[in-house]
Design a protein around this ligand. Sequence first.
Ligand SMILES: Cc1cc2nc3c(=O)[nH]c(=O)nc-3n(C[C@H](O)[C@H](O)[C@H](O)COP(=O)(O)O)c2cc1C
Length: 363
Amino acid sequence: MALQEVCRWSTGSDRHGIYILQRAFIVSEPGWVRPGLETAVSRQLKIEVPLICGAMYPCSNPELVAAVSEAGGIGIIQPLSLVYVHGHEFRQGLATIRRLTDKPVGMNVVVEKSSKVYEERMRGYVDSALEDGIRFFVTSLGNPRWVVEKVHQVGGLVYHDVTERKWAEKGLDAGADGLIAVNDRAGGHAGPKGSMRLLDELGDLGVPLVCAGGVGDEGEFERALRAGYAAVQMGTRFIATPECRASDDYKSAIVKAEAEDIVLTERLTGVPVSVIRTPYIERVGTTAGPVARWLLRGRKTKHWMRMIYSLQALWSLKRSSVRSFSYRDYLQAGKSVAGVRAIEPVATIVERFAAAVVRGVSD
Ligand SMILES: Cc1cc2nc3c(=O)[nH]c(=O)nc-3n(C[C@H](O)[C@H](O)[C@H](O)COP(=O)(O)O)c2cc1C
């Protein structure tokens, strides 16, 4: 590895900088990455296991993010979850993560244009994260150009969440370095297409592809890498861990649920979100009301409507993640619930997934 490349990762880091620099040399020794685990993503991000814990509002707490990185994957900070749900001042939250791990972590930027206040705040978070040495960003929704411009200036990387080719091309035009292919089994805002179809559709774009959605056990992890994905981004599986601060009721609901229990509802954010079907959802249905739908379609009104939905969702998801389950709560999860059979520590999960790939390669 070139010294330049190593320095790129330690630039701007805090007092751990020298240690990270030393570590980067140590871990880049040949043979460090176990067979089958070295991919374009593990090389670019300098991680041991090509496994990303995707950003999750409201489930990304510092302990979860740090635990995934410490175990050899990479945890992604969700800034609103860090500040608004888990009560950290942003930089103090980053410092908490840094106390728990000195390995790389990433940050999510939901590129939402409907509120100036939100955009300004997000720009501030990105600047602070860059000053604190974070060099990997995952953008979702809008055009990632402003994030790419800031991040590339210091030699970092931006991967963009996409659900189909036209968004992938827009993301790459804006300078994204990799794509996270969000499929129809994902938690959060699922896409319309399956993982293998997305691999076909995006495979010739010349950047690393990450599979997001439906991976809940080590067999699916191994299959995704074998099929040609350079990494997997998981969300749901990591909620059912002791490190995640979600309520025990939420974790148990994930462990008990089957893929058929996951439905898409528009009632939370105005666009389809994957949730566990509960008696409340059965009663109120999964489609937005006629007035909301009409407002969401209008050229001017759609931004206002999206903002109202977003604020409402921020509040109701925060409430339902951290306290015991109440009838009206929404429990976000993807179809990967089918592979989640127990609440297990992050390190156990990451190691089991990694070992399955290593075994598969050596068989
Ligand atoms: C509870 C929950 C919240 C999520 N919140 C976000 C978010 O704030 N930003 C984002 O880009 N993706 C979000 N996602 C998507 C995840 O980062 C990841 O892509 C997805 O969970 C992968 O699918 P899986 O849940 O089947 O593993 C969320 C997913 C879940 C389950």
